[in-house]
Design a protein around this ligand. Sequence first.
Ligand code: UDP
Ligand code: MG
Length: 138
Amino acid sequence: MSNITFTMIKPDAVANGHTGNVINDFIVGGFKLKAMKYLHLSKEQAEAFYGIHRERPFFNDLVSFMISGPIVAAVLEKENAVADFRTLIGATNPADAAEGTIRAKYAKSIDANAVHGSDSNENAAGEASFFFSSFEMY
Ligand code: UDP
Ligand code: MG
């Protein structure tokens, strides 16, 4: 059964000119675009999105990084979308990411790691609806 995941192309990948290549990797990887927008998060939005990480030591740096420039937010559809997308992007730390993965190719560090990917179907649905209304998903 087809399901969805949510992704962001993070400020580092956008600023470094990787947006087009990353979107191409999504599509070549078998993901269908259901929704996409280009936006610059506010501090309040970034804090809300990453609320589950509020107690973690990197929270403030993560929020500062995510508001440092514009991002691309997208909802992607595929069979087994959440797990397959995490395989496509690779490990959180690009130094540990498998060769050919998006983070291995485009990320420089564990904080500026090029892309976000949902970690469960439940979080994918919540993250998608954080950014998109049902009228904006196709
Ligand atoms: N992060 C960080 N330092 C860490 C762990 C995570 O800066 O030690 C950042 C990184 O940008 C990561 C995000 O926080 O993508 C969310 O962390 P998570 O553990 O959920 O990793 P992900 O699901 O993105 O692989
Ligand atoms: Mg995560």
